[in-house]
Design a protein around this ligand. Structure first.
Ligand code: FUC
Length: 347
C-alpha cells in the first residue's frame, strides 16, 4: 500500500492532492480542499484500470464547483426549505444559496474548507484522516463541531469513508460525499445503461422545488422500484411527476429496508464493473446528474447530462420539518459516527 502528496500550483497556496494506492494499482486521489475526490481508478473485467468518477481537468474550476463534484458535504447534506428550521424551540436561519433554499451546507459548506490531512498506510490499507473544526455559527449552524473524516482504500478494492463529529451544543448534522460515479471508465459513456439494484421499498416525495412534501411513497409499481434491479434510463423515460420534477431522472432520498448490508449494487454491463455500497446510514439520495450541462471541461471530456450517478448515503433533512423521517438532530457532546463502504468488483 502506498500514499503520496502533491502540491497543486496555480490555485490556493495551500491546496494539495493526495493519492492512496493499493497493491493492485487501484488509486483514489483527493484534495485537502473540500476533501474533493478527483479520481478513482478501478479495474474492468480485463483488469484494465480507468477513472470511475467525474473530475475537473483544471483544478481551478473546483473553486466554482456548483455540482459539488467529489466533495464532502455538510453540515447538512440536501435542501433546507427557506434555510429555516426550529431547534429546541428556537428559530435558526441559514444563508440561502439555491433560490430561496439552503443546499448542501450553504455558501460556506464543508466542500469549501481546506481540511487538515494526515496520511497513513499499513499492510492492508492506505488512508487519510481529514480534520476540521467548524466554529459556532460557521455556515449559520449552531455549535462548534469537531469533524474527522477517514478515507481508506484496502487491498480488496474497497474504499471506505468514516465520518465522526462532536458538537459542543445541540445542533443538526448529516454528512456525505458527492462523488459522481461512472463505471464505463474514463467517462466513455453516460450512466443511462448502468443497472442499479437497491434495498429500498420507500422514497421521499418531492415538490417542484425538490423540497420534501412530508410524504413517504411506496416504490411498488413505479420506476423507483430498484429491488430487482433496473436501468437508470427508466427514470429518464418516465412520465411519473416525481421524475419530471427532478428534471427527468432521479434526485430522491431512498429509505433502506436494512442497514449494514450491501444496500446498493451498480453494474455497467460493457466494462463489467460493479460497485456495491454498504452503509449504516438510513438512506441515500440517488442523483443522476439531471442538472449537469455540457459546459464543463472534465478530465477526459466535456460534461453532459446523465454523465454520473451520485450515491449520497445520509440521513434526511426532511426530518427538520416533518415527523417520521430519519433524524439529523445531534445532541451536544454525543458522537456522530457513520460509515460507508464502496467496493469495486467485476462481473
Ligand atoms: C444533488 C441534488 C441536487 C443538486 C446537486 C448538485 O445532491 O440533490 O438537486 O443539484 O446535488
Amino acid at each position: 500500500m502506498q500514499t503520496s502528496s502533491n502540491p497543486i500550483k496555480g490555485v490556493g497556496t495551500d491546496w494539495t492532492e493526495y493519492s492512496l494506492i493499493n497493491d493492485h494499482g487501484m488509486t483514489v486521489k483527493f484534495l485537502n480542499y473540500g476533501g474533493i475526490i478527483t479520481t478513482i481508478t478501478a479495474p474492468d473485467r480485463d483488469n484494465h484500470f480507468e477513472n470511475v468518477v467525474i473530475g475537473f481537468d483544471n483544478y481551478q474550476d473546483y473553486l466554482n464547483n456548483e455540482n459539488y463534484f467529489g466533495a464532502l458535504i455538510g453540515r447538512v447534506a440536501g435542501r433546507i426549505q427557506q434555510g429555516h428550521f426550529m431547534l429546541n424551540g428556537q428559530s435558526c436561519q441559514l444563508p440561502k444559496n439555491e433560490g430561496e433554499n439552503h443546499l448542501h451546507g450553504g455558501p460556506a459548506g464543508l466542500d469549501k474548507v481546506v481540511w487538515q490531512v494526515e496520511l497513513f498506510d499499513t499492510a492492508t490499507s492506505a488512508g487519510a484522516i481529514l480534520s476540521h473544526t467548524s466554529n459556532d455559527g460557521e455556515g449559520g449552524y449552531p455549535g462548534t463541531v469537531k469533524l474527522k473524516v477517514c478515507y481508506r482504500l484496502t487491498n480488496d478494492n474497497q474504499f471506505m469513508i468514516d465520518y465522526e463529529a462532536v458538537s459542543d451544543q445541540d445542533t443538526v448534522l448529516t454528512l456525505t460525499n458527492h462523488s459522481y460515479f461512472n463505471l464505463s471508465g474514463d467517462l466513455k459513456d453516460n450512466i443511462l445503461n448502468h443497472e442499479v439494484k437497491m434495498d429500498s421499498s420507500q422514497f421521499v416525495e418531492l415538490d417542484h422545488d425538490l423540497i420534501p412534501t412530508g410524504k413517504i411513497l411506496s416504490v411498488t409499481n413505479t420506476v423507483f422500484d430498484f429491488r430487482n434491479g433496473r436501468k437508470i434510463v427508466d427514470g429518464v423515460d418516465s412520465t411519473d411527476q416525481q421524475n419530471i420534477y427532478a428534471k427527468n431522472g432521479y434526485d430522491h432520498f431512498f429509505i433502506f429496508d436494512h442497514q449494514n448490508e450491501e444496500q446498493v449494487v451498480v453494474t455497467e454491463p460493457i466494462s463489467g464493473r460493479m460497485l456495491t455500497v454498504k452503509t449504516d446510514q438510513p438512506g441515500m439520495v440517488m442523483y443522476t446528474s439531471n442538472g449537469l450541462d455540457h459546459t464543463l471541461a472534465l478530465k477526459e471530456r466535456q460534461s453532459e447530462k446523465y454523465l454520473g450517478v451520485c450515491l449520497e448515503t445520509q440521513s434526511s433533512p426532511a426530518s427538520l420539518e416533518h415527523t417520521g423521517f430519519p433524524s439529523i438532530y445531534l445532541p451536544a457532546d454525543e458522537l456522530y459516527r457513520q460509515s460507508t463502504t464502496f467496493s469495486f468488483k467485476t462481473i
